[in-house]
Write a protein that binds this ligand. Structure first.
Ligand SMILES: N[C@@H](CCC(=O)N[C@@H](CS)C(=O)NCC(=O)O)C(=O)O
Length: 209
């Protein structure tokens, strides 16, 4: 298996953390230029990382990679909760992960709109600023996530993919100019606990250039 990743990418970090928590051997290919060069569209037509080359094809986006990796047999000392759902009927665990990944997309959209430095190019026909809408979406989502979590995580049976995703996104905002997510004690406890794990310290985003 070969993972294409960018060192700063929070989506890539989710996958890299899971590989380490699950003890899965995988070659990691760093993509240094950002955005990935045009030739990368041949690997992922979205031109995005992460992308995981596997025996039967290239897996992307992040959700499909997570599905694949969480299906691997786990070693005895693995602390990651089994699978994405704690039981097959619990669709709410799937929903949590889906919403977390959408929140990551919204956070990235806010940051890139700001970093691009681009302003209005015409009349505003929708009557709102998409970045403001994304920011409100993220704030409401964080409130909802706080209501779904405990200080020990989103699941009672161990570190979950949902915990890893939350921490990857929020720690990324902390080193990329910030986003006001703190003040939610359960989310803070989850992120702080994740940040000290060896899987997280080994995959820290590179310093801001
Ligand atoms: N929805 C995608 C998001 C992946 C994503 O946004 N990747 C970023 C890096 S964090 C990227 O490759 N951006 C380059 C681009 O959009 O051109 C997923 O779940 O994998």
């Amino acid at each position: 298996m070969r993972l294409h990743y960018a060192p700063g990418s929070p989506f890539s970090r989710i996958v890299r953390v899971l590989l380490r928590e699950l003890g899965i051997d995988c070659e990691e290919v760093v993509i240094a230029e950002f955005p990935p060069a045009p030739r990368f569209f041949a690997t992922n037509p979205m031109g995005q990382v992460p992308a995981l080359e596997t025996e039967d094809g290239v897996r992307f986006p992040t959700r499909l990679i997570v599905d694949y990796l969480t299906g691997f047999p786990r070693s005895g000392n693995c602390q990651l909760a089994n699978g994405i759902r704690r039981d097959p009927d619990r669709w709410q665990d799937d929903q949590l992960l889906a919403v977390l990944l959408l929140m990551g997309d919204a956070l990235a959209a806010i940051k890139y709109q700001s970093w691009s430095g681009l302003g209005p190019v015409g009349e505003n026909l929708v009557g709102y600023d998409p970045a403001d809408r994304h920011a409100e979406r993220v704030q409401r989502t964080l409130d909802w996530l706080e209501s779904q979590a405990t200080a020990a995580g989103f699941r009672p049976d161990g570190l979950s993919v949902q915990d890893v995703s939350l921490a990857s996104f929020l720690l990324w905002t902390d080193v990329r100019g910030g986003f006001p997510w703190r003040g939610r004690p359960r989310l803070e406890a989850i992120v702080d606990a994740c940040s000290t794990r060896s899987s997280f310290t080994a995959t820290q985003p590179q310093p801001w250039p």
